[in-house]
Design a protein around this ligand. Structure first.
Ligand code: MRU
Length: 350
């Protein structure tokens, strides 16, 4: 089943509720775009490609529920909804990309309101199908960088749950496994939301890929002792110069990898590459509620003393000099990134 899907019968959006995994696989239905914004913020759905396509469907919901009496009013409603969706999580550029694409399609609609609604939904459905196809193409390119016998450190969750299906960095690992390569994954637990322990470990179990969960701060040990051969992660936004915004902890991981001459690969679709942002320092970093850090419990008890404060940046920036290659659905991009990323985006796929 898909992480993000459309229920034709009830005209509603279906999302796997990722907050409940791995304990429970439950699908939640949404018919109001405001509820979808909340679901993105609360991380019912998460991962850059997944929230992009979710935003596209949220605009379809906004269009079907809108009481606008003419297209100009409907387009204004959609533009407001689009701005609200983009603000839900500021770092992942896929939200902005998806909203821009759907709104551009909406502006092509003739004067008929029903036509406009249909066009918006069709575009969202097309984006969902494309997401799966793009991820599979990207996985094939990235799998070429994986050798038989590799042990790979993977950060956060970048699998089927982070996209409509298949995923980015984890998609590459899954593809290499399907190609018969023997791979072992060291799964960063990914504090504080624990996407690695909860979601990546759950996915790897489904695929039958060998893995061990490691504390985030154990990565340096595995890299320096020669027990990890590659580092793979995704991205929430790649700047024009190849700096990568990704889940908090990615920067420290890439630093430790470079210090030990271990290659670092970022796998991200072209919808995650933002040529309008020149460098990583210009990417907004989402700061999430301190409770996500302070509420961590051991044996049913809070670990932090009462009354503590915490900081909780959700992402960090890994500078381009630490990244060996960035893989998109159009191929493997090596430095220098400013020229090569722009060329890769412009490539026409055969
Ligand atoms: O806060 P999250 O769980 O949405 O963060 C997700 C990540 O950082 C992923 O690595 C990124 O979105 C790429 S996944 C395809």
């Amino acid at each position: 089943m898909r992480t993000v899907d459309w229920d034709y019968q009830n005209q509603s959006l279906l999302l796997i509720d990722q907050r409940l995994l791995p304990g429970e696989l439950r699908v939640a239905a949404y018919s109001d775009y405001h509820e979808v914004i909340n679901a993105i913020q609360e991380m019912v759905v998460r991962g850059a490609p997944a929230i992009g396509v979710t935003a596209a469907f949220a605009l379809a919901l906004a269009a079907y529920r809108s009481s606008a009496s003419h297209t100009t009013e409907m387009l204004r409603n959609l533009s407001i909804a689009g701005d609200e969706l983009i603000a839900a999580r500021p770092t992942a550029v896929n939200l902005k990309w998806a909203v821009a694409r759907v709104l551009a399609k909406a502006h092509e609609a003739p004067g008929d309101l029903d036509q406009l609604r249909k066009l918006v939904l069709e575009e969202a459905l097309r984006m969902a199908d494309e997401d799966v196809a793009i991820n599979q193409r990207m996985a094939r390119h990235a799998a070429e960088l994986i050798a038989d016998g590799d042990t790979i450190i993977h950060h956060c969750n970048t699998g089927a749950l982070a996209a409509v299906d298949w995923g980015t960095a984890l998609g590459a690992i899954r593809m290499a496994h399907q190609q018969g390569k023997r791979i072992h994954v060291l799964v960063d637990e990914t504090r504080p939301r624990l996407q690695g322990v909860r979601l990546t470990a759950w996915e790897l179990q489904q695929y039958g890929i060998s893995f061990d969960i490691i504390p985030d701060n154990a990565a340096g040990y595995y890299l320096s002792s020669g027990q990890a051969h590659k580092v793979f992660f995704g991205a929430d936004r790649v700047a024009a110069n190849g700096d990568v915004a990704n889940k908090i902890g990615t920067y420290m991981l890439a630093l430790a990898a470079q210090d030990n001459q271990v290659p670092v690969y970022c796998v991200a679709p072209t919808s995650t590459i933002d040529l309008s942002t020149a460098m990583g320092t210009l990417i907004p970093i989402e700061e999430r509620p301190p409770n996500e850090v302070l509420n961590i419990q051991v044996d049913g008890k809070s670990v932090a003393p009462t009354g503590c404060t915490a900081r909780n940046p959700a992402f960090d920036i890994t500078p381009n000099r630490l990244i060996s290659a960035i893989v998109t659905e159009k191929g493997v991009v090596y430095p220098p990134y400013p020229e090569n990323l722009a060329r890769n985006i412009g490539l026409i796929e055969s």
